[in-house]
Design a protein around this ligand. Structure first.
Ligand code: S3P
Length: 169
């Protein structure tokens, strides 16, 4: 692994990307970049507001531009939104500019982890049904990752340790 390569976390909502990214950033001393948070800051509103005011396609355009600009630098821990993989050019850019780690989890665990969160517009309504549907739609979308961790039975600290052990070899 080239030293100071970006670590880019991808995966469904609720797989622990944000928490693990924070831990990795602390361990490595790399800045933490959360693409969703950067989009919210740039647009001056929350993601649910962006979806309802301007629509998902607009959000995906801003997300794409933000990702590309973040990927211009090295030595960062980058947490992405679950849908970033929907655009093939995003996947190519991530593969070319970092070490891509996919976090996965069983749907039951994802449902448990996201329940009560109001900040995910794609889960409005029956969250469990929506999660199962989105997971089916995206079942192959995260496979291009260089490394995958099933987080179902692991704590965020355990996931972080595994990722660091593979990053440092
Ligand atoms: C989305 C996931 C969200 C956020 C937006 C869309 C998705 O990020 O980008 O609500 O399409 O899966 P998290 O994966 O951090 O929840």
């Amino acid at each position: 692994m080239g030293k100071s390569k970006n670590i880019i976390l991808i995966g469904m909502m609720g797989t622990g990307k944000s928490t693990v990214a924070e831990m990795l950033s602390r361990e490595l001393g790399y800045p933490l970049i959360d693409v969703d948070a950067a989009v919210e800051q740039k647009e001056g509103c929350t993601i649910p507001e962006l979806f309802s005011d301007k629509g998902e396609a607009y959000f995906r355009d801003v997300e794409n531009r933000m990702l590309c600009s973040v990927l211009e630098k090295d030595a960062q821990v980058i947490a992405t939104g679950g849908g970033v993989v929907l655009r093939p050019d995003n996947c190519e850019a991530m593969s070319a500019n970092g070490w891509v780690v996919a976090l996965t989890a069983d749907p039951e665990v994802i449902v448990e982890r996201v329940s009560g969160c109001e900040n995910r517009p794609l889960l409005a309504g029956n969250a469990e049904e929506r999660i199962r549907m989105i997971m089916e739609e995206r079942k192959d979308a995260y496979r291009f990752a260089h490394y995958t961790v099933d987080t179902t039975a692991l704590s965020a600290a355990e996931v972080t340790r595994l990722i660091l052990a593979h990053y440092r070899v």
